[in-house]
Design a protein around this ligand. Sequence first.
Ligand code: GLY
Length: 423
Amino acid sequence: MKMMIVGSGGREHALAWKISKSPLIDDMIFVPGNGGMREMGECIRADAEDPGAVADIAAAHGVDFTVVGPEAPLVAGIVDEFQSRGLKAFGPTRQAARVEGSKSFAKNLMEKYGIPTGSSRVFTSYDDAKEYVEHIDAPIVVKADGLAAGKGVIIAKTTDEALTALTGCMVDEMFGEAGCTVLVEEYMEGPEVSILSLTDGSANAHMVASQDHKRALDGDEGPNTGGMGAYSPVPLLDTGTESMIHRTVMDATVQALSGECIRYQGVLYGGLMLTDAGPRVLEFNVRFGDPETQVVLPRLTSDLLPALLATYDGTVKDLEMKWSSEYCVCVVMASGGYPGKYQTGIPITGLRAAASDPKVEVFHAGTRLEDGKVVTSGGRVLNVVALGPDIKEARGLAYQAVEMIKFDGMHYRTDIGHRAVAR
Ligand code: GLY
């Protein structure tokens, strides 16, 4: 089978790594891929957010099955484009991808079907939003309705901060059209967990839980990022609560969409907060999490590819995924300045030595090859991943590998998995 993977981050490298182990695979190509994926197959430069251009590549290269990594092409309708040309792709259609593409759509769905989430109000008028914000207590969460490259959720500690966020979204249009509609949501507290479920629109196969570290600095301080590390399993999530989330959130959401005549196929990502009042959905994503995928897939001992195909073929009810009980830790190595401005083109050394232990993988997230050498090309550069019998060993091994890698300005958190270690 010839596969194509769309995307260029650590998530896509981890998907490629796991899929490449399948006996069903003959060949893989990547659009556009990165410095790490280049060792596994051809990387083809194209605009991954242009459904027509990506479908042209799939057709021209005789691709049997395409896995779409990021949300933007899914929300833009890449799966619909593939379907209209008789090409096979993993992921939801544009209509189903609205659970990530429109936060108000997701919120209305959850409210209609009793899926636990924070209370919120949707506004399309700045004046109405301003008046509402002036009459409620801070902290206040302001969310741009559409896709905003991970920057559309603002947690305002004061009313003034909330008003600034509203002006940024609705008046200055800092997120373009994505911020013209906003949600003003209740502030909730508690640890977060991420659940990924493969689904064909009727049956679901839930993957093991993980936890992301979104803040840039140790101790969960500093600005929000795309994710500075992750680990799995999550000891603070007891099996009772996990099963409840599977039933009342993940299964319920796929059924709710079906109740709206929308068939959801692919992976559904539930980002939840474990509040004192019980789990609450913060967001849904329509793709694998990044960097959650990098700690979930190494724990999967069965073949990933038949599981992805089952979402397309409608055979998820017969699917049996097998998981290792080992812990997995991912440390993200980032460019100096990230999540703000950063330089690219900086040479990276130590990659081979870092990945020499069979329990360690180094996934590339923001790299490219330049004159045969791997250099930085993004904010999140590398994902160093290690497996171990417990959190301490997995973490120790990951950081041992991190210390072998060098590039100017690099930074990373030194406390990934701290909540699990504390337990
Ligand atoms: N780790 C958060 C996300 O994938 O959106």
